[in-house]
Design a protein around this ligand. Sequence first.
Ligand code: PAF
Length: 289
Amino acid sequence: MLLAKTREQIDPIAHGWRIDRLKTALVPTMGNLHEGHLALVAAAKREADKVITSIYVNPTQFGQGEDFENYPRTLERDRELLAQAGCDLVFVPDQGVMYPFGLDDQVRVLAPAALANTLEGQTRPGHFDGVTTVVARLFNLVRPDIAVFGEKDYQQLLVIRRMSEDLGYGIRVVSVPTVRESSGLAMSSRNNYLDAGQRAGAGELSKVLLQAAHRIVRDSGNPEQVERDATDRLKQAGFQVDYVAVRRAQDLGTPQDSDRDLKVLAAVYFGGTRLIDNVNANRVGIPED
Ligand code: PAF
Protein backbone atom coordinates (compact mmCIF):
# COMPACT_ATOMS: atom_id res chain seq x y z
CA MET A 1 0.00 0.00 0.00
CA LEU A 2 1.31 3.40 -0.98
CA LEU A 3 1.54 6.32 1.44
CA ALA A 4 1.19 10.00 0.54
CA LYS A 5 1.33 12.92 2.92
CA THR A 6 1.45 15.92 0.60
CA ARG A 7 -0.09 17.21 -2.61
CA GLU A 8 3.28 16.69 -4.34
CA GLN A 9 3.20 13.01 -3.32
CA ILE A 10 -0.42 12.21 -4.15
CA ASP A 11 -0.62 14.15 -7.44
CA PRO A 12 1.61 11.97 -9.64
CA ILE A 13 0.06 8.75 -8.31
CA ALA A 14 -3.55 9.87 -8.84
CA HIS A 15 -2.62 11.43 -12.20
CA GLY A 16 -0.99 8.17 -13.33
CA TRP A 17 -4.15 6.25 -12.45
CA ARG A 18 -6.27 8.74 -14.41
CA ILE A 19 -3.96 8.39 -17.45
CA ASP A 20 -4.36 4.61 -17.20
CA ARG A 21 -8.15 5.13 -17.10
CA LEU A 22 -8.41 3.51 -13.70
CA LYS A 23 -11.45 4.49 -11.67
CA THR A 24 -10.56 5.78 -8.18
CA ALA A 25 -12.63 5.77 -4.99
CA LEU A 26 -11.91 7.94 -1.96
CA VAL A 27 -12.83 6.83 1.56
CA PRO A 28 -12.47 9.90 3.82
CA THR A 29 -11.88 9.03 7.50
CA MET A 30 -10.55 10.50 10.70
CA GLY A 31 -8.68 7.27 11.46
CA ASN A 32 -9.06 4.98 14.50
CA LEU A 33 -10.49 2.53 12.02
CA HIS A 34 -13.01 -0.20 12.84
CA GLU A 35 -15.17 -2.68 10.93
CA GLY A 36 -17.45 0.13 9.77
CA HIS A 37 -14.56 1.84 7.97
CA LEU A 38 -13.38 -1.46 6.51
CA ALA A 39 -16.87 -1.97 5.05
CA LEU A 40 -16.42 1.39 3.30
CA VAL A 41 -13.10 0.23 1.88
CA ALA A 42 -14.68 -3.04 0.74
CA ALA A 43 -17.47 -1.11 -1.01
CA ALA A 44 -14.88 1.20 -2.60
CA LYS A 45 -13.02 -1.85 -3.93
CA ARG A 46 -16.21 -3.16 -5.52
CA GLU A 47 -16.91 0.19 -7.18
CA ALA A 48 -13.46 1.24 -8.36
CA ASP A 49 -10.07 0.03 -9.58
CA LYS A 50 -8.05 1.94 -6.99
CA VAL A 51 -8.96 2.80 -3.41
CA ILE A 52 -7.56 5.82 -1.57
CA THR A 53 -8.31 6.19 2.14
CA SER A 54 -7.62 9.53 3.77
CA ILE A 55 -6.90 9.89 7.47
CA TYR A 56 -7.17 13.38 8.91
CA VAL A 57 -8.74 14.53 12.18
CA ASN A 58 -10.36 17.73 11.01
CA PRO A 59 -10.34 20.49 13.64
CA THR A 60 -12.95 22.67 11.91
CA GLN A 61 -15.77 20.17 12.42
CA PHE A 62 -15.27 19.97 16.19
CA GLY A 63 -17.03 22.53 18.37
CA GLN A 64 -15.72 24.14 21.55
CA GLY A 65 -15.49 21.55 24.33
CA GLU A 66 -15.75 18.62 21.91
CA ASP A 67 -13.14 15.86 21.77
CA PHE A 68 -10.73 17.12 19.06
CA GLU A 69 -7.65 16.95 21.32
CA ASN A 70 -8.56 13.53 22.72
CA TYR A 71 -9.86 12.01 19.48
CA PRO A 72 -8.05 8.64 19.23
CA ARG A 73 -5.11 8.70 16.79
CA THR A 74 -3.91 5.19 15.89
CA LEU A 75 -2.08 5.66 12.60
CA GLU A 76 0.18 2.57 12.63
CA ARG A 77 -2.70 0.19 13.37
CA ASP A 78 -4.90 1.98 10.82
CA ARG A 79 -2.25 1.50 8.14
CA GLU A 80 -2.03 -2.22 8.92
CA LEU A 81 -5.80 -2.64 8.72
CA LEU A 82 -5.98 -0.73 5.43
CA ALA A 83 -3.17 -2.78 3.90
CA GLN A 84 -4.95 -6.01 4.91
CA ALA A 85 -8.22 -4.65 3.46
CA GLY A 86 -6.56 -4.09 0.08
CA CYS A 87 -6.50 -0.28 0.10
CA ASP A 88 -4.11 0.99 -2.58
CA LEU A 89 -3.07 4.32 -1.11
CA VAL A 90 -3.39 5.93 2.30
CA PHE A 91 -3.37 9.73 2.26
CA VAL A 92 -2.33 11.26 5.58
CA PRO A 93 -2.16 15.04 5.15
CA ASP A 94 -1.22 17.31 8.04
CA GLN A 95 -2.84 20.64 8.89
CA GLY A 96 -0.49 22.58 6.59
CA VAL A 97 -1.63 20.46 3.64
CA MET A 98 -5.33 20.70 4.46
CA TYR A 99 -5.39 24.33 5.61
CA PRO A 100 -2.35 26.02 4.03
CA PHE A 101 -3.38 29.48 5.29
CA GLY A 102 -4.17 28.29 8.81
CA LEU A 103 -7.44 27.92 10.66
CA ASP A 104 -8.34 31.53 11.38
CA ASP A 105 -9.24 32.83 7.96
CA GLN A 106 -9.52 29.98 5.48
CA VAL A 107 -11.96 29.78 2.56
CA ARG A 108 -14.96 27.77 3.76
CA VAL A 109 -17.66 25.79 2.04
CA LEU A 110 -21.00 26.41 3.75
CA ALA A 111 -23.34 23.45 4.03
CA PRO A 112 -26.91 24.18 2.87
CA ALA A 113 -28.81 25.56 5.87
CA ALA A 114 -32.05 23.55 5.57
CA LEU A 115 -30.12 20.29 5.64
CA ALA A 116 -27.34 21.29 7.99
CA ASN A 117 -29.00 23.39 10.69
CA THR A 118 -31.36 20.70 11.95
CA LEU A 119 -30.69 17.63 14.17
CA GLU A 120 -26.86 17.41 14.52
CA GLY A 121 -26.51 21.00 13.35
CA GLN A 122 -28.68 22.29 16.20
CA THR A 123 -26.44 20.81 18.86
CA ARG A 124 -23.23 21.22 16.90
CA PRO A 125 -23.50 24.61 15.12
CA GLY A 126 -20.99 24.94 12.29
CA HIS A 127 -20.16 21.22 12.34
CA PHE A 128 -21.29 20.57 8.79
CA ASP A 129 -19.49 23.64 7.45
CA GLY A 130 -16.31 22.07 8.82
CA VAL A 131 -17.21 18.77 7.14
CA THR A 132 -18.02 20.31 3.75
CA THR A 133 -14.88 22.45 3.88
CA VAL A 134 -12.56 19.53 4.59
CA VAL A 135 -14.29 17.13 2.20
CA ALA A 136 -14.17 19.74 -0.60
CA ARG A 137 -10.45 20.13 0.03
CA LEU A 138 -10.01 16.32 -0.07
CA PHE A 139 -12.05 16.11 -3.29
CA ASN A 140 -9.80 18.79 -4.84
CA LEU A 141 -6.58 17.13 -3.73
CA VAL A 142 -7.54 13.57 -4.67
CA ARG A 143 -10.03 14.16 -7.52
CA PRO A 144 -11.66 10.73 -7.17
CA ASP A 145 -14.44 9.34 -9.40
CA ILE A 146 -16.33 8.00 -6.39
CA ALA A 147 -16.45 8.86 -2.69
CA VAL A 148 -17.74 6.44 -0.07
CA PHE A 149 -19.50 7.38 3.19
CA GLY A 150 -21.32 5.44 5.90
CA GLU A 151 -25.06 5.67 6.52
CA LYS A 152 -24.45 5.92 10.27
CA ASP A 153 -23.69 9.61 9.72
CA TYR A 154 -26.81 9.96 7.61
CA GLN A 155 -27.10 13.74 7.77
CA GLN A 156 -23.43 14.07 6.78
CA LEU A 157 -24.07 11.75 3.84
CA LEU A 158 -26.93 13.95 2.57
CA VAL A 159 -24.92 17.15 3.07
CA ILE A 160 -21.93 15.80 1.12
CA ARG A 161 -24.10 14.40 -1.66
CA ARG A 162 -25.69 17.83 -1.99
CA MET A 163 -22.30 19.57 -1.93
CA SER A 164 -20.96 17.30 -4.64
CA GLU A 165 -23.95 18.12 -6.84
CA ASP A 166 -24.13 21.85 -6.00
CA LEU A 167 -20.43 22.44 -6.66
CA GLY A 168 -20.44 20.26 -9.77
CA TYR A 169 -17.75 17.85 -8.64
CA GLY A 170 -19.17 15.03 -10.72
CA ILE A 171 -18.10 12.65 -7.96
CA ARG A 172 -20.55 9.82 -7.29
CA VAL A 173 -21.25 9.57 -3.57
CA VAL A 174 -21.79 5.94 -2.58
CA SER A 175 -23.32 5.06 0.79
CA VAL A 176 -22.74 1.94 2.86
CA PRO A 177 -25.14 0.53 5.49
CA THR A 178 -24.20 0.87 9.15
CA VAL A 179 -22.08 -1.92 10.61
CA ARG A 180 -23.14 -2.92 14.12
CA GLU A 181 -21.59 -4.60 17.15
CA SER A 182 -23.31 -7.78 18.41
CA SER A 183 -25.37 -5.65 20.85
CA GLY A 184 -26.74 -3.66 17.90
CA LEU A 185 -24.60 -0.61 18.73
CA ALA A 186 -23.57 1.19 15.54
CA MET A 187 -19.79 1.01 15.11
CA SER A 188 -18.07 4.32 15.82
CA SER A 189 -14.64 5.43 16.97
CA ARG A 190 -16.38 7.09 19.92
CA ASN A 191 -17.54 3.66 21.20
CA ASN A 192 -13.99 3.39 22.56
CA TYR A 193 -14.96 5.97 25.18
CA LEU A 194 -17.47 3.45 26.63
CA ASP A 195 -16.44 0.73 29.09
CA ALA A 196 -17.51 -2.89 28.42
CA GLY A 197 -20.74 -2.63 30.44
CA GLN A 198 -21.73 0.67 28.81
CA ARG A 199 -20.93 -0.76 25.40
CA ALA A 200 -23.36 -3.63 25.87
CA GLY A 201 -26.02 -1.32 27.35
CA ALA A 202 -25.65 1.18 24.50
CA GLY A 203 -27.06 -1.47 22.13
CA GLU A 204 -30.48 -0.49 23.50
CA LEU A 205 -30.36 2.65 21.36
CA SER A 206 -30.69 0.71 18.11
CA LYS A 207 -33.41 -1.52 19.61
CA VAL A 208 -35.51 1.49 20.55
CA LEU A 209 -35.04 3.00 17.09
CA LEU A 210 -36.01 -0.25 15.41
CA GLN A 211 -39.13 -0.51 17.53
CA ALA A 212 -40.01 3.06 16.59
CA ALA A 213 -39.48 2.23 12.91
CA HIS A 214 -41.74 -0.81 13.21
CA ARG A 215 -44.47 1.35 14.70
CA ILE A 216 -44.20 3.76 11.78
CA VAL A 217 -44.20 0.95 9.21
CA ARG A 218 -46.62 -1.60 10.63
CA ASP A 219 -48.94 0.38 12.84
CA SER A 220 -48.94 3.64 10.86
CA GLY A 221 -47.76 5.25 14.12
CA ASN A 222 -48.05 9.00 14.38
CA PRO A 223 -44.44 10.28 14.03
CA GLU A 224 -44.66 12.75 16.91
CA GLN A 225 -46.09 10.14 19.29
CA VAL A 226 -43.46 7.63 18.16
CA GLU A 227 -40.71 10.21 18.86
CA ARG A 228 -42.10 10.91 22.35
CA ASP A 229 -42.39 7.21 23.24
CA ALA A 230 -38.90 6.42 21.96
CA THR A 231 -37.50 9.35 23.97
CA ASP A 232 -39.17 8.00 27.12
CA ARG A 233 -37.82 4.50 26.55
CA LEU A 234 -34.32 5.81 25.99
CA LYS A 235 -34.45 7.88 29.17
CA GLN A 236 -35.64 4.81 31.10
CA ALA A 237 -32.66 2.90 29.70
CA GLY A 238 -30.27 5.53 31.11
CA PHE A 239 -29.63 7.65 28.02
CA GLN A 240 -29.68 11.43 28.04
CA VAL A 241 -31.60 12.22 24.86
CA ASP A 242 -30.55 15.03 22.55
CA TYR A 243 -33.16 14.24 19.90
CA VAL A 244 -35.25 11.44 18.44
CA ALA A 245 -36.73 12.47 15.10
CA VAL A 246 -38.78 10.83 12.38
CA ARG A 247 -37.82 12.57 9.14
CA ARG A 248 -38.07 12.20 5.37
CA ALA A 249 -35.08 10.14 4.23
CA GLN A 250 -34.56 12.27 1.15
CA ASP A 251 -34.02 15.67 2.79
CA LEU A 252 -34.67 15.28 6.55
CA GLY A 253 -37.86 17.34 6.19
CA THR A 254 -40.88 16.80 8.43
CA PRO A 255 -42.79 13.83 6.98
CA GLN A 256 -46.19 14.29 5.40
CA ASP A 257 -48.75 11.45 5.25
CA SER A 258 -47.84 10.77 1.62
CA ASP A 259 -44.09 10.36 2.34
CA ARG A 260 -42.96 6.76 2.16
CA ASP A 261 -39.20 6.67 2.79
CA LEU A 262 -38.58 7.80 6.33
CA LYS A 263 -35.73 7.61 8.81
CA VAL A 264 -35.78 7.49 12.58
CA LEU A 265 -32.69 9.34 13.78
CA ALA A 266 -31.37 9.91 17.28
CA ALA A 267 -28.52 11.41 19.24
CA VAL A 268 -28.01 10.53 22.88
CA TYR A 269 -25.40 10.78 25.59
CA PHE A 270 -24.47 7.58 27.38
CA GLY A 271 -22.01 7.87 30.25
CA GLY A 272 -20.90 11.24 28.80
CA THR A 273 -20.32 9.85 25.29
CA ARG A 274 -22.37 11.22 22.42
CA LEU A 275 -23.81 8.49 20.18
CA ILE A 276 -25.82 8.89 16.99
CA ASP A 277 -27.76 6.28 15.03
CA ASN A 278 -30.58 5.97 12.52
CA VAL A 279 -32.73 3.26 10.97
CA ASN A 280 -34.98 3.08 7.93
CA ALA A 281 -38.73 3.32 8.34
CA ASN A 282 -40.01 2.69 4.86
CA ARG A 283 -43.80 2.83 4.97
CA VAL A 284 -44.12 0.34 2.10
CA GLY A 285 -42.00 -2.35 3.71
CA ILE A 286 -40.51 -3.70 6.91
CA PRO A 287 -37.40 -1.90 8.24
CA GLU A 288 -34.28 -3.83 7.36
CA ASP A 289 -31.69 -2.62 9.87
O1 PAF B 1 -17.12 10.93 8.93
C1 PAF B 1 -15.97 11.31 9.19
O2 PAF B 1 -15.12 10.55 9.66
C2 PAF B 1 -15.61 12.76 8.94
O3 PAF B 1 -16.68 13.60 9.19
C3 PAF B 1 -15.04 13.01 7.52
C4 PAF B 1 -16.07 12.71 6.47
C5 PAF B 1 -13.80 12.15 7.31
C6 PAF B 1 -14.63 14.47 7.37
O4 PAF B 1 -13.66 14.83 8.28
